[in-house]
Ligand binder design. Structure first.
Ligand SMILES: NC(=O)C1=CN([C@@H]2O[C@H](COP(=O)(O)OP(=O)(O)OC[C@H]3O[C@@H](n4cnc5c(N)ncnc54)[C@H](OP(=O)(O)O)[C@@H]3O)[C@@H](O)[C@H]2O)C=CC1
Ligand SMILES: CC(C)CCC[C@@H](C)[C@H]1CC[C@H]2[C@@H]3C(=O)C=C4C[C@@H](O)CC[C@]4(C)[C@H]3CC[C@]12C
Length: 270
């Protein structure tokens, strides 16, 4: 169906020697992706703000078998930082195979408080920096016929309460990257774009933010991270994880949107 052939089955050797950038790799799902990629013997460039955490993750990646692992620390609130990260990859590897965009800025989980400045900042960190990373990395990705992986959420396909700014940034990713995917196909640019639609995952930050308010049991971050890596390498269009829960949610969204909305509200503790 696509003009390029996408492999059917995943094999860990597909990552051996591949040059991969992972953003938001100091904790949560990004950290777990780094460990999977390390086991698969990829070259890693990790980024996030906290240098001390990145040092520990890099050390662990080297122990796990990464072909190489380094980090560059900085904040995606800084509009020059995306290019700094990509330049680091260019200088060390002279190319890039996979760009995994995963970081998010801090969101409060509550009624929208009218703080427009927060929305602006979150759009910069969660959305515009993804665009800037893609623009900088695209020449190398075209050259390698590589892959872009964009980590989003069910909140980027259907809205839930207490996450208005966050949800807006995730919807923006879908609009931008799904449009770009069309253009790549039209222009025969052989760079895949995988949008990852995740449900509630058991990362420390997410559990701290929502466990008091949400009844659901979160899915494991280790398995989630592996599924993201696999779907990117297999050049899938979208990943739905956990697959049944996200699948039913999206089906309901299209056939019974009011019912889905009431289900979502009833999953919140009163
Ligand atoms: N956990 C969940 O329930 C769900 C998560 N997702 C998505 O999965 C992805 C990962 O989420 P999760 O692992 O839970 O998140 P975490 O909060 O665990 O990790 C976020 C990462 O982003 C980094 N980060 C935070 N602020 C900035 C900044 N200003 N500039 C650069 N990096 C920054 C953090 O490191 P540092 O603080 O050192 O900068 C950290 O490495 C996100 O895209 C999220 O939207 C989607 C659905 C559900
Ligand atoms: C049918 C229902 C069970 C489905 C409802 C699922 C809703 C409630 C779940 C699914 C995705 C979840 C959000 C998410 O994507 C990531 C984060 C970032 C974290 O740092 C703070 C919490 C936050 C905003 C989650 C909040 C709760 C969300 C909206």
């Amino acid at each position: 169906f696509y003009f390029y052939s996408a492999p059917e089955n995943f094999n860990e050797e597909m990552l051996r020697g591949k040059r991969v950038i992972v953003t938001g790799a100091s904790s949560g799902i990004g950290e777990q992706m780094a460990y999977h990629l390390a086991r698969m013997e990829a070259h890693l460039l990790l980024t996030a703000r906290t240098e001390a955490k990145l040092q520990k993750v890099v050390k662990r990646c080297l122990e796990l078998g990464a072909a190489s692992a380094r980090y560059v620390s900085g904040s995606m609130e800084d509009t020059t930082f995306p290019e700094v990260v990509v330049k680091e990859a260019e200088n060390t590897w002279g190319g890039l195979d996979v760009l995994i965009l995963n970081h998010i800025g801090y969101s409060y989980f509550n009624y929208f408080n009218g703080d427009v400045g927060h929305v602006r900042k979150l759009l910069e960190v969660n959305f515009l920096s993804y665009v800037a990373m893609t623009v900088s990395a695209l020449p190398m990705l075209k050259e390698s016929e590589g892959s872009i992986v964009v980590v989003s959420s069910v909140a980027g396909k259907t809205a839930a309460p207490f996450s208005a700014p966050y949800s807006a940034t995730k919807f923006a990713l879908d609009g931008f990257f799904s449009s770009l995917r069309h253009e790549f196909i039209i222009e025969k640019v052989n760079v895949s774009i995988t949008l990852c639609i995740l449900g509630y995952i058991d990362t420390e930050n997410a559990v701290r933010a929502v466990s008091h308010a949400i009844r659901d049991t979160p899915a494991p971050k280790e398995e989630c991270a592996l599924e993201i890596v696999k779907s990117g390498v297999l050049r899938r269009r979208e990943l739905h994880y956990p697959s049944r829960a996200v699948g039913s949610l999206l089906l309901l969204r299209d056939i019974a949107p009011d019912f889905l909305d009431s289900l979502i509200r009833s999953s919140y503790k009163q």
